[in-house]
Write a protein that binds this ligand. Structure first.
Ligand SMILES: [Zn+2]
Length: 242
C-alpha cells in the first residue's frame, strides 16, 4: 500500500498548507482523502478573513492526481474528512467514486448550514454517490476512518497501516498543527465549531482520541491538517510512503 501527500495550495501569512491524500491499495484500489479548494479559486480565490490563498494550476486535485498518472475517474473511494471548502472543493469531479462521509456531517451540511453553503454545488452535486457511516469504520484492510467530531460535527480522520513506514494517522482538521496535539493545553482555533458550550469539550475529546490511537497503534507518523512547520519535512507526491 502507498500513501501520497497531495499539496493543494497555501494560506498566507504563515505558509499554511492545504492538502489531500491518495492511498493506493495493493489490489489497485485508489482511495482519495479530500479534494482541496474549488478549482475556480485558482483564478478567483475567496480569501478567508485575514488570509490570502495561493493556489497554482498544479495545486488542483485533478492536476495533483495527474502528477502520479491518475485521473479523477480512477478514484474508487473518496473519504470526505468534512465539507469545508478547502477539503471538498472538487468533489463534483468524482462521480465515479463512492464518497464516504459521517452521516451527521452530511445531514448537517445538507440542512443548509451557511458554513458549507459556499461550495455546495461541488459536494452536493446530484451525480455523487455518498455512503453515510457512523463512527469508526474499516474502509479497506489497513485503512480505517476515525470519527473525530469537534472541528465540525462528524469530522473524520484516517489511520493507514503501511508495511514499511508503519501506522500513519491523518489527523486532518481534528488537529491542524502539532502545537494543538495536547488535548488539555491545545488552542481552540477560529474555525473550530463553537455553537454550544459542549463544543470545546468535543474538540478536546477528539484530540485525546487521536493521541490514544497513536499510542495504541504505535503510530510511526501523525500528519497534521495544516502544519506549516511539519509539511516541508514530509514526502510529497509523486514521492510516497509505503
Ligand atoms: Zn482545513
Amino acid at each position: 500500500m502507498r500513501l501520497y501527500l497531495l499539496h493543494f495550495g497555501t494560506m498566507q501569512p504563515g505558509g499554511i498548507p492545504v492538502c489531500g491524500y491518495l492511498i493506493q491499495a495493493d489490489d489497485g484500489t485508489n482511495v482519495l482523502v479530500d479534494t482541496g479548494w474549488p478549482r475556480s479559486y485558482v483564478t478567483d480565490p475567496m480569501h478567508p478573513p485575514g488570509l490570502t490563498l495561493e493556489i497554482a494550476e498544479e495545486d488542483t486535485a485533478a492536476a495533483r492526481l495527474g502528477s502520479i498518472g491518475l485521473t479523477p475517474g480512477d478514484i474508487d473511494l473518496l473519504i470526505c474528512s468534512h465539507l469545508d471548502d478547502d477539503h471538498s472543493g472538487n468533489h463534483d469531479l468524482f462521480t465515479g467514486a463512492e464518497l464516504i462521509v459521517q452521516r451527521k456531517h452530511l445531514e448537517l451540511a445538507r440542512s443548509g448550514h451557511p458554513r458549507f453553503a459556499r461550495n455546495r454545488d461541488a459536494w452536493d452535486h446530484p451525480d455523487l454517490r455518498y455512503r453515510m457511516i457512523e463512527g469508526d469504520k474499516e474502509i479497506l484492510p489497513g485503512v480505517e476512518v476515525i470519527e473525530t467530531s469537534g472541528h465540525v460535527p462528524g469530522h473524520q480522520s484516517v489511520l493507514i497501516r503501511l508495511a514499511e513506514t508503519g501506522p500513519v494517522i491523518l489527523a486532518i482538521d481534528a488537529v491542524m498543527d502539532q502545537s494543538m496535539a495536547d488535548p488539555d493545553e491545545r488552542e481552540i482555533w477560529l474555525t473550530d465549531w463553537a455553537e454550544t458550550p459542549e463544543d470545546e469539550a468535543q474538540i478536546r475529546a477528539s484530540t485525546r482520541k487521536l493521541a490514544q490511537v497513536a499510542s495504541q497503534e504505535r503510530a510511526a507518523l501523525t500528519i497534521y491538517g495544516h502544519d506549516a512547520r511539519q509539511w516541508p519535512t514530509l514526502r510529497h507526491a509523486p514521492a510516497f510512503y509505503s
